[in-house]
Design a protein around this ligand. Sequence first.
Ligand code: C2O
Length: 574
Amino acid sequence: MEVYKNPKPLCFSLLLSLSLFLFVFASSFVDAKILQHDFVVQETTVKRQCNSHNRITVNEMFPGPTLEVNNGDTLVVNVMNKGQYNVTIHWHGVRQMRSGWADGPEFVTQCPIRPGKSYTYRFTIQGQEGTLWWHAHSSWLRATVYGALIIHPQDGSSYPFTTPKREAPILLGEWWNANPIDVIREATQTGGTPNVSDAYTINGQLGDLYNCSSQDTVVIPVDSGETNLLRVINAALNQQLFFTVANHKLTVVGADASYLKPFTTSVIMLGPGQTTDVLITADQTPARYYIAARAYNSAQGAPFDNTTTTAILQYKSATPCCSTSPVFPSLPAYNDTNTATTFAASFRSRTKAEVPTDIDDNLFFTVGLGLLNCPPGASASNCQAPNRTRFTASMNNVSFALPSNFSLLQAHQQGIPGVFTTDFPAAPSLQFDYTGNVSRSLWQPVRGTKLYKLKYGSRVQLVLQGTSIFTAENHPIHLHGYDFYIIAQGFGNFNSKTDTSKFNLVDPPLRNTVGVPVNGWAVIRFVADNPGVWLMHCHLDVHLNWGLAMAFLVEDGFGELQSLEPPPDDLPIC
Ligand code: C2O
């Protein structure tokens, strides 16, 4: 009898836990899909402004394919390089938990995919919902190699706002009539600034205000009364952009794949790399209304592309459709920093944020431009920045240099010496009036491949301090592999005694790219819970070329789940 006393409850509890396990297993995995895509990178003919241009594209599409996934899905993207340039693809904003090998920045997490070669990116979307995007992360290829990455809620759950009738990605881009690769090559030679673009684009099209373009203007049809979701992405290379729709209010509900407390505005501003999800209700007289974007240019006196791109919001019931020209919106002035600041200050995370309060690594990085004295032996033609110099840029006076024979991640994982050092300074070695009249002797940074090492789980606070060296401007700083809370922003020099009173530790927005105000600062916080090597850089590509970057090396924690995965077999080597 004794023997039979226990089996029943044991059996019962086994059954119970088995079914519980199956339930949990089923509810968490039943909907997760593995989605496979092929990206063929190749030269394609693109007609713009009365001419045919050969440009690198993905699958002969410009912009490239929109990827749609649900939170929890795994993406497997095979990239075949059939073009003549090296390429890599970066999944901008995807956390890449433990899968740093799939992040994409050239010479940081992988060597480039050489012409004729291929590489398969595999990663899982974990806990992110909203709009992200993908783009080439090699030279200036991303001018034409980019697309939307839309993350819907897990199957069975819905948006935390009115379900929109329709959704449309709005990719803002920047167009050169010259080959963008030639534009940056020339600038690298001369040391000067690259030529500004010839146009901005909405979903690859220039719109009605440019030569030979109006027949291809993007039209977004709507029915009166419906509420739609626009997923706006700034994919421009070098320009912050204002975006608006004539006569319509925009309700901001998310940014960088995190939900926000909704707020209403007539204009939004995005730095390159940023995304913003807005609801728009068709509550105006049935007609055609311009959707428009143009520059927010914070740098005084710097040349910029001052053109305006348009698309059309078209009420289907408007009759006759096209007898009158669309209503044109008013846009802020190019240098309207007030509007940009007010907009950024309206961001609150939708729910209570999990901001770290005890800080392990307290960091202070200056971000800004510089001028290099003409290197000995260089000819004047290579030093065409002001007073026979070359433009440069830096963080904490280190101008970031990429390696060429190993990726940083590979060098870290395999312990290859001589590729990088881990002495990136936690603070500037010399304190000065960052936003004042900076002495010329501080304009010249040093080149280096310096990483900052973080222990797994470290709680990080980072002050990003803009400088006025050469020209102060708004820098959109992007961190790979992480989202961070933007707990405060301001103008002038950050004051660690008084500015802490501005910290929002309750509901600050969670983003992957922060616009550091012109001649100002931003404070961000994150927990280093993703091991690997993660680039942080200005998303104005020209500044990245000049070295406005650094990288974090986040060490493994304990056990497999806190460690970087092994590299995939087809990882490109240099
Ligand atoms: Cu969107 Cu390092 O890039």
